[in-house]
Design a protein around this ligand. Structure first.
Ligand code: GDP
Ligand code: IMO
Ligand code: MG
Length: 420
């Protein structure tokens, strides 16, 4: 069977959590492959609302096995809080979840380093979620990190102390006040809690599941425009959010990848710093924010808002090899008289259809306008009920990208989903 992949094609928060929860009905295995608690994946179903940070979004489907893959970075404190909330909902998370031994641990000092580095950057800060993501991946690549499997070793605490001391040494160069004991007790308790979960060699498990005929759905975090290689560097996260990251982050050959579901909002948002060519600064941007409730699921920060950017979308489709598009939050545009889409950029007086290398480039988007549909889409359940103006917007995106839009989302609930 194949490894199918769900990926964000913009700057994150496209609605991956909702779609994985919808698709998980048909997939016996759901696996996160990168990122960590910088992610906030929202699920709405049967009157429940929950935001997941580390646990895959298939956890509410009784028959699904959920895997936290080797490519993920895990903060035991956040993980524990999340699992306790899921257990309160009556879900036996320990039975439905396994964690890779090779996933890396976020230490309290990784979070402190993240905050110190951001503070030192001043106005040029990345706008990190301050969850310690970058310092943890730096330690992974630097071959100094601690992995989930290490918590099973008898000398774990001493290895933790060694790494913590290295971090404290590194922090001396910053003019940054912190408490080195901050969260340590809580973290060590959460490590104990983590020990009660199934900690496995997940690369063997996922390949065996595929061999035995089980379809696996990989759940991406963030989005292509935040990818460490292809995002607007340096305003990116520290992992490979692209399709190829799913192979590395789970230990599955690229040959086994099947469908690549690319998720995008019918407009754009971004949280944190960095280029955003189609950003809207007037009341239209405010209307997108309030109608879309565009506030970060992890940090609560207001998200920046703008029109759909086809230059960036086509780039993300190319890098990921997207086979099926999924358009989210279409209902947010219901009230607009006109809807705009950027089809190219003007850079240095020249027209361009490429994302520029330099994240400080002055980019002016060239827009195409569409009449708004001015109808409430949130109650629509059949494709045939969709207004003509909306369908021409959909058709235009399909024509421009050459990829079919297979799912249209018209509200946050599991049921507000039109499969075409
Ligand atoms: P993720 O990080 O990609 O999983 O996305 P987030 O959960 O961070 O952000 C998406 C937000 O949009 C959440 O609040 C969802 O509940 C909400 N949402 C998802 N799909 C739709 C939709 O089609 N319409 C509306 N109005 N909200 C949606
Ligand atoms: P999900 O999975 C939106 C952004 C941060 C910041 C940059 C780097 O919910 O879509 P980091 O903490 O990773 O060092 O922050 O990336 N960012 C996200 N933005 N959605 C996310 O995840 C994000 N994860 C990180 O705002 O600009
Ligand atoms: Mg999110």
């Amino acid at each position: 069977m194949t490894l199918d992949v769900v990926l964000g094609l913009q700057w994150g928060d496209e609605g991956k959590g909702k779609i994985v929860d919808v698709l998980a009905e048909k997939y016996p295995v759901i696996a996160r492959f990168q990122g960590g608690p910088n992610a906030g994946h929202s699920l709405h179903f049967e009157g429940n609302k929950i935001v997941l940070h580390t646990v895959p979004s298939g956890v509410f489907r009784p028959n699904a096995t959920n895997i936290i893959g080797n490519g993920v970075v895990l903060d035991p404190i956040i993980f524990k809080g999340e699992c306790e909330a899921i257990i309160k909902m009556g879900v036996p998370v320990r039975e439905r979840l396994v964690i890779s031994k090779k996933a890396h641990l976020i230490l309290p000092t990784h979070r402190i380093i993240d905050a110190a580095q951001e503070a030192a950057k001043g106005a040029s800060k990345i706008g990190s979620t301050l969850k310690g993501i970058t310092p943890t991946y730096v330690d992974k690549i630097g071959r100094a990190g601690l992995r989930v499997g290490d918590i099973l070793a008898t000398d774990f605490v001493s290895r933790y102390n060694t790494l913590k001391e290295q971090h404290i040494g590194y922090l001396r160069q910053f003019d940054f006040e912190y408490d080195p004991m901050q969260n340590e007790k809580e973290w060590l308790e959460a490590v104990e809690y983590l020990r009660s979960f199934k900690i496995v060699e997940s690369e063997y498990m996922v390949n065996e599941l595929l061999d035995s005929g089980k379809q696996v759905l990989a759940e991406g975090a963030q989005g292509l425009m935040l990818d460490i290689d292809f995002g607007s560097y340096p305003f990116v996260t520290s992992s490979s959010t692209a399709c190829a990251g799913a192979s590395i982050g789970l230990g599955v050959s690229p040959k086994r990848v099947g469908k690549v579901f690319g998720i995008f909002k019918a407009y754009c948002t971004r949280v944190g710093s960095g280029p955003f060519p189609t950003e809207i600064f007037d009341e239209t941007g405010e209307e997108l924010r309030s109608r879309g409730f565009e506030f970060g699921a992890t940090t609560g920060r207001p998200r920046r808002t703008g029109w759909l950017d086809l230059v960036a979308l086509k780039y993300a489709i190319m890098i990921n090899g997207v086979t099926d598009l999924i358009m989210m939050k279409s209902d947010v545009l219901d009230t607009f008289d006109r809807v705009k889409v950027a089809t190219s950029y003007i850079i240095d007086g020249k027209k361009s259809s490429q994302v520029p290398y330099d994240s400080s480039s002055e980019v002016t988007p060239v827009y195409r306008e569409f009449p708004g549909w001015k109808r409430d889409l949130t109650g629509v359940r059949q494709e045939g009920e969709l207004p003509e103006e909306f369908l021409s917007y959909v058709k235009f995106i399909e024509q421009e990208t050459g990829v079919p839009i297979k799912i249209i989302s018209i509200g946050p609930d599991r049921d507000q989903t039109i499969i075409r």
